[in-house]
Design a protein around this ligand. Structure first.
Ligand code: FAD
Length: 558
């Protein structure tokens, strides 16, 4: 373990609120705090980064008179396969409309009804609303039109506006290329109580570790889908915040529920490119490497079966055949139709030498969303005092065993706002943080064998994909547990002896995440929602969360 010392050459910063993460959740907290609050927002990459930037579809909210809170609640509960917390669903849905109004007030330009060109849209269901100012679409699981969007790049619009507002704000300081390593708590400082007072942060440009002290700390670091070989998420979705909170004593829940998107482009140079479900909606056929169709063997709706059914069928066939990928073919449709309906996919695939009007697209399923996370209440508070967790890193009870499309950005906004309100309600009562020692790297050296990192990184994501992926068995989970225990020790050794780098920190966190996912999956003796195991194919009559507590956990202490 790297130790702490007083080294005056290192930088230290003091703020009222430290926000780790600059996606929708982190920026929603920052912009909802009062203007006299001194805020630091840190991001391990550029300010505009994270999954928020890549969200395509939109944000779910009850905005149309024909729709209702009850209906949105019911749809969410059904998607969650009996495991949603009804109070969390109700709370989220009730705050939907005001969250969208807030985004509009921050300058987000959602697509208006009049500006919609139906013929060019990639909306999954191809239907369009005519009742409101803003255009609403309908996605899988939603029984009404309630997805507000900015064309097919909603995340980009949300992220751009919120980043602009944060840059303008005089009370918000932005720190880019800063990787939070670990939280500083009273426990670590041998002080009484259980309070979070800051974080150690790697400056990725100078390689120095900086000390950020704050009265309140907010984790908004996004999901953990990088634990899998194939993911739709951008680099950096390594579950850092979940792992950091876990190491500081927070409970986590339902980490076994990982949502997989059925079709991501398979190409060595193509990272994280989704092939929208609309391709299947417009007649696209899934094919085996020998050109045979296979979906009829899994579901009578064939290619139009729900997302998890299609992902499971593709996974089954890939494992059965030992294939690296399968194919999605739309080339039987006229070329003009394909180019008109899917211009972005056409262009992107062409960059990789794939002409989708003439040949099938190589695809694999990809890890897309982390339903579990750090347990929080409706105000974003975690088990550690003055530590809040919001967005994809949090477990609020909203998603249950399966996230309904477009509820996740809504969750970022609703809980980002309520966390800010809770911080303001306690603001005057919380004293400044105590002094914390600076980071001491005097006992560690530069690594001379980074191959250990790249090897372990590949191995972890491969065995998570093969053994803890879409279809699980007891045997596969036990194999994965064995592998993760061995890798754990290697990474602990590496962390103790070498200077921290972004790659090492992400691998260390991914190892913790993998362990949490595996242990949660082993505990669930049923198939429910996104967790499917051949050993327990039935759903149990009583739905229960899988809650892991750091003190009772078998995994090694970091
Ligand atoms: C391709 C794609 C499409 C999607 N489409 C939709 C959609 O249409 N509708 C919807 O509701 N949801 C969608 N989602 C899901 C949604 O985008 C995410 O759940 C949501 O954006 C998460 O927001 P967040 O603020 O929690 O995290 P993110 O937006 O992922 O932001 C995380 C932030 O934390 C920072 N960070 C991480 N670790 C550290 C660290 N150690 N130190 C410092 N900073 C750190 C990152 O740099 C980043 O700034 C989609 C996701 C993907 C990947």
């Amino acid at each position: 373990m790297q130790t702490l010392s007083q080294d005056s050459r290192q930088s230290s910063f003091q703020h009222d609120v430290l926000i780790i993460g600059s996606g929708a959740a982190g920026l929603a907290v920052a912009l909802n705090l009062e203007k006299h609050v001194k805020i630091a927002v840190i991001s391990k990459r550029a300010l505009q980064s994270g999954s928020t930037l890549y969200a395509q579809g939109g944000i779910a909210a009850v905005l149309d008179n024909a729709d209702s809170t009850e209906s949105h609640v019911q749809d969410t509960l059904i998607a969650g396969a009996g495991l949603c917390h009804e109070d969390a669903v109700q709370f989220t849905v009730e705050h939907g409309k005001e969250s969208i109004e807030w985004l509009i007030s921050q300058g987000v330009g959602f697509t208006r009804e009049s500006s919609t060109d139906n013929s060019d849209s990639q909306d999954t269901n191809g239907e369009h609303l005519t009742k409101n100012d803003y255009h609403l679409t309908k996605e899988g699981g939603h029984s009404h039109r309630r997805i507000i969007h900015a064309a097919d790049a909603t995340g980009h619009a949300v992220s751009s506006s919120l980043c602009d507002r944060v840059i303008e704000a005089e009370n918000i300081e932005i720190f880019e290329h800063r990787v939070a390593i670990d939280l500083i708590t009273h426990k670590k400082l041998f002080l009484p109580g259980n309070r979070c007072v800051g974080a150690y942060v790697l400056n990725d440009k100078t390689s120095q570790v900086e000390l950020f002290s704050a009265r309140f700390v907010v984790i908004a670091t996004g999901g953990a889908s990088k634990a899998y070989l194939y993911t739709s998420n951008p680099d950096g979705a390594s579950g850092d915040g979940i792992a950091m909170a876990w190491r500081s004593g927070c409970r986590v829940a339902n980490m076994e529920f990982n949502q997989f998107h059925p079709t991501c482009l398979y190409h060595p140079q193509a990272k994280s490119f989704l092939i929208t479900e609309a391709v299947r909606g417009e007649g696209g056929r899934l094919l085996l490497p020998d050109g045979q169709r296979f979906m009829h063997r899994f579901d009578k709706r064939e290619e139009l079966a729900p997302r998890d059914v299609v992902a499971r069928a593709i996974d089954h066939e890939m494992k059965r055949l030992g294939a690296d990928n399968l194919f999605l073919d739309i080339s039987h449709k006229p070329a003009e139709f394909v180019i008109k309906h899917f211009p972005t996919i056409y262009e992107r695939c062409l960059e990789f030498g794939i002409d989708i009007t003439k040949q099938p697209i190589p695809v694999v399923p990809a890890a897309h969303y982390t339903c579990g996370g750090v347990i929080t209440g409706p105000d974003g508070r975690s088990d550690v005092n003055q530590l809040y967790v919001v967005g994809e890193a949090a477990f609020t009870g909203l998603h249950g065993a399966n996230r309904m499309a477009s509820n996740s950005l809504l969750e970022c906004l609703v809980y980002g706002r309520s966390a800010a309100q809770d911080i303001m309600s306690k603001f005057e009562d919380i004293p400044p943080p105590p002094e914390a020692p600076l980071w001491d790297a005097s006992q560690v050296t530069d690594s001379d064998e980074d191959v250990v990192l790249s090897h372990n990184w590949d191995e972890l994501r491969r065995f998570m994909w093969d053994y803890v992926g879409i279809v699980r068995t007891n045997k596969r989970l036990q194999r994965a547990k064995h592998r993760v225990d061995v890798l754990h020790q290697e990474i602990v050794d590496f962390y103790s002896n070498y200077k921290v780098t972004n790659d090492l920190l992400e691998l260390r966190n991914l190892m913790t995440i993998a362990d949490l996912i595996i242990c949660s999956a082993i505990q669930r003796k049923e198939s429910r929602g996104l967790h499917y195991t051949l050993d327990y194919p039935e759903q149990l009559p009583i739905a229960q969360d899988t809650i892991l507590t750091p003190t009772n956990f078998s995994a090694r202490d970091w």
